[in-house]
Design a protein around this ligand. Structure first.
Ligand code: ATP
Ligand code: MG
Length: 313
């Protein structure tokens, strides 16, 4: 379909590729920022242990998957361990108690307790300049972070593409699920889908060592299995020679071409698990809830990551 005449197709992709690469380099977080994030992580960990007893505080999202831009927020998730003597609390109680404790610390500002969100969190800013979201016992978030990190390790074009698309979405002000547009996570899934269609990436959720059956590894009732042994991936999957030649410029063009003119929003569902878009007839949630943009979460199959999108955005 992309052989058809297209007045927007650039005549040279080289300049786009060159500019995009320079841009990505500039937007990499500096080591100094990493140091500030680590210090904040340690502080949050100390406070959590003080409030609840035994606890683990893990980074996820872009701080955990290598897809952070400079000045990105830090997402962290707290895991309490009642077996080792910590308390057992509900997500809402967690948000309240950690939120109230952080209020007392002058190092934290703009503390928001989002108790009614789908996933309750505390949002805050640390005086060292880092914005942070604190979630609770969200195993799936840790696993989807690991899945995205695995995709990044397969091909360095993944990070470049994600960085450019994220920065584009931020500048166009269409990167905020609270105001009717997509989260960064959603954009990353859109990028992976396009790269899978182009043969740059495989579907890690269907590759099994020894080519056996896909196992079921339970996580909150969903299958969190994916092939994570990227060093040995070439035994089971190879990129097509054509896909290896695609430059960032060409892939970026493909991203916009696909979502502008091929993806049928009314009856396609975005699905990184099955690289081909499936007609809506196969996916009841699309029809039932009249979602405008359907992006299937790779693990939580009944969760539409595109749900926040409103008609305007
Ligand atoms: P940024 O650098 O812009 O903050 P990010 O890569 O951290 O981007 P976020 O949108 O902040 O992406 O999401 C962070 C993590 O939160 C994701 O990796 C994912 O684990 C989880 N997450 C975010 N939005 C959703 C969602 N709609 N459904 C499921 N998980 C989500
Ligand atoms: Mg984030």
């Amino acid at each position: 379909s992309d052989r058809k005449y297209d007045p927007y197709r650039p005549t040279s992709f080289d300049q786009i590729t060159k500019d995009a690469k320079e841009f990505c380099q500039e937007l990499m977080p500096k080591p100094e920022e990493e140091t500030r994030k680590l210090a904040l992580l340690q502080k949050l960990s100390d406070i959590t242990v003080e409030v609840f007893g035994e606890a683990e505080v893990l980074p996820f999202g872009s701080s955990g998957n290598g897809l952070a831009l400079a000045n990105a927020d830090m997402d962290v998730c707290v895991f309490l361990n009642p077996k080792n003597g910590s308390e057992e609390v509900s997500p809402v109680e967690f948000v309240e108690r950690i939120g109230d404790r952080l209020e007392k610390d002058p190092d934290f500002e703009n503390i928001l307790q989002l108790k009614r969100a789908r996933v309750p969190i505390v949002k805050l800013n640390h005086v060292n300049g880092i914005a942070c979201d604190i979630g609770y016992q969200n195993d799936l978030a840790i696993w989807n972070t690991r899945l995205l990190r695995a995709y990044c390790r397969i091909d360095e074009r993944v990070r470049d593409m994600v960085v450019i698309i994220k920065i584009w979405a931020k500048r166009r002000k269409i990167n905020n699920p609270y105001t009717g547009s997509l989260s960064s996570y959603a954009y990353v899934l859109l990028v992976i889908h396009v790269l899978q269609r182009r043969g740059v990436l495989p579907n890690l959720q269907t590759i099994v060592a020894g080519n056996g059956k896909v196992p079921f590894w339970d996580c909150q009732g969903f299958n969190r299995y994916f092939f994570e042994d990227i060093a040995n991936l070439s035994r089971y999957w190879q990129p097509t020679p054509e896909s290896q030649r695609q430059s960032i410029g060409e892939l970026l063009y493909e991203f916009f071409r696909y979502y502008a003119s091929e993806f049928r929003y009314a009856n396609h569902v975005e699905d990184t698990e099955q690289a081909q878009s499936a007609p809506a007839a196969d996916s009841k949630p699309v029809v039932k809830n009249r979602y405008l943009f359907c992006i299937e979460d790779p693990f939580e199959l009944n969760h539409n990551v595109g749900r926040p999108v409103d008609r305007y955005s």
